[in-house]
Design a protein around this ligand. Sequence first.
Ligand code: ADP
Ligand code: MG
Length: 147
Amino acid sequence: MDSVIKVYETLSPEETLEVGRELGRTSLAGQVYALVGDLGVGKTVFTKGFAEGLGIEEAVNSPTFTILQIYDEGRIPLYHFDVYRIEEPEEMEEIGFDEYIEGDGVCLIEWAGRIADLLPDNTIVIRIEKDLNKGLDYRKISVGRPV
Ligand code: ADP
Ligand code: MG
């Protein structure tokens, strides 16, 4: 389990966008956000809001086939990773992961559990979960630290 700092509950994609916007507005260069949760839970929806919060107007999509998508037009650069297809940690080295996490922008990593060993200690974990007892569109978004 992560140590949880804050929990949001949303009932629509729009509400998850708003949580993303709130965190995007206050994010700092050098921060790493690990997005954790099953397929279709809302990691990309959250990222779209986060990008808006940074002032990015360009459409954000899941970068599943590219691993990394860079958005430069906001307050600080957004490095949007989707590491679903990463099989060896070396692949992250090859794309220069170390430089991005120590860089001038903020990293948001979908499927970050796949590269857990590579994440810095100060990573902020965004765990998104469904609870079907609370409806199809319910999401619990926990913000915390990895342990
Ligand atoms: P992931 O990137 O985690 O695979 P996506 O963000 O691409 O997932 O998709 C999430 C899907 O769930 C979208 O179709 C979205 O409309 C839907 N959805 C329904 N309720 C919510 C909610 N509360 N928050 C986020 N997405 C939601
Ligand atoms: Mg996605």
